[in-house]
Design a protein around this ligand. Structure first.
Ligand code: COI
Length: 356
């Protein structure tokens, strides 16, 4: 398929790198591609960033057939542009597509378009440590139809946003509420897809947790409210007695790319890393007997986010004195070092984007 390119005639002013925050500033261009039953994916284009013109009956607004991805472009100290494991994001988006009955797309072609888009908006990639250009590919149904059914028309888009840390507190340890009433996902549902529905399901619990002064919610399994799942904006990892433990992928947890990378990195350091079901009771018990050394979240937006406190049914545990643990710090330095090519990449995870 051909990729059409229309450049903006009104480039925007670049934002102050000290005040990027997360996800509110957008670059000059975006990628779009449409799907129609019988015609397939067509009309791939890079165009000026713009609003969509939506039919009020747009099926996504009513029934949520929407999937997305998150990855980042980095500026290296010698001014090259890198992406971290982008083929994994393409694979995961197609996996989400299968779960949500969205038509699959050509991963190689879309990744190529994504690289071209990043190269065109290269001046937006910030250079300050801890910043990057967040890339949001997504697909949603565009059928103007109020019947509940799988769509026949879709739009794929990729938008770009220069960002700093996801949490307002930056890399500082966050306070997290373990949710014992609401659930995010259940096995057999959409939990492992990156789909709007999972985030919608988390909003009320997150809202209550914020009102109570917590930064995020740690979700438990939807059936027994017993096993640790994930935080919604990131996967969760514990260090207990020197061993790295993260919940295994049961189908209701997002298969995080940073999660997978963390497991590979710590194993390369000779540490034991285990994926298994872990109960919240075990985590609290380990805190009480002094073997819970660290807890941290992993994600594209969150990178590595230390957890300083967990509160479950009104009982709190303070982890590592509420401070960033040495493994979380070392992982943050290693993963961001590899992403920005400040460190060697022994895993072959980083690819360079050719400049426009
Ligand atoms: C990401 O880490 O890219 C995410 O999608 C998490 C969140 C911003 C929804």
């Amino acid at each position: 398929m051909e990729l059409k390119i229309e450049l903006t005639t009104a480039p925007k002013e670049l934002p102050n790198q000290d005040a990027l925050g997360f996800g509110r500033i957008f670059t000059d261009h975006m990628f779009e591609m449409d799907y129609e039953e019988g015609k397939g994916w067509h009309n791939a284009r890079i165009v000026p960033h713009h609003d969509f013109n939506l039919n009020p009956a747009n099926a996504t607004l009513h029934y949520g057939q929407a999937i997305f991805e998150g990855l980042k472009a980095y500026r290296t100290p010698d001014n090259r542009i890198t992406l971290f494991r982008p083929t994994e994001n393409m694979k995961r988006l197609n996996n989400s597509a299968r779960i949500l009955c969205v038509p699959e797309f050509d991963e190689e072609f879309v990744l190529d378009c994504l690289k071209k888009l990043v190269a065109i908006d290269e001046r937006w990639i910030p250079s300050k440590p801890g910043t990057s250009l967040y890339i949001r590919p997504y697909i949603f149904s565009t059928d103007p139809y109020l019947g509940v059914s799988v769509g026949k028309q879709y739009k794929m888009a990729i938008i770009l946003s220069p960002v700093a840390a996801y949490y307002a507190a930056g890399f500082a340890p966050v306070r997290i509420k373990v949710e014992d009433k609401y659930v995010r996902a259940v096995i057999g549902g959409t939990g492992e897809a990156k789909t709007a529905a999972n985030y919608a399901a988390s909003l009320h619990g997150d809202y209550v947790a914020h009102q109570e002064g917590f930064a995020q919610t740690l979700w438990l399994d939807g059936i027994e409210r017993k096993y640790v799942e994930e935080v919604g904006s990131m996967n969760i990892v514990f260090k207990i007695n020197g061993e790295i433990i993260t919940p295994e992928l049961t189908g209701s947890i997002l298969p995080g790319i940073t999660r997978k990378s963390v497991l590979e990195v710590v194993r390369s350091w000779g540490m034991k890393a285990t994926e298994r079901r872990i109960t919240i009771e075990e985590v609290f018990e380990a805190a009480k007997n002094g073997t819970l050394e660290e807890a941290f979240g992993t994600g594209t937006a969150a990178v590595i986010s230390p957890v300083g406190e967990l509160c479950w049914k009104g009982e709190s545990i303070i982890i590592n004195g509420g401070k960033t643990g040495e493994t979380a710090q070392k992982l943050y330095d290693t993963i961001t070092g590899i992403q920005t090519a400040r460190l060697e990449d022994p895993f072959g995870w980083v690819i360079e984007v050719p400049k426009a």
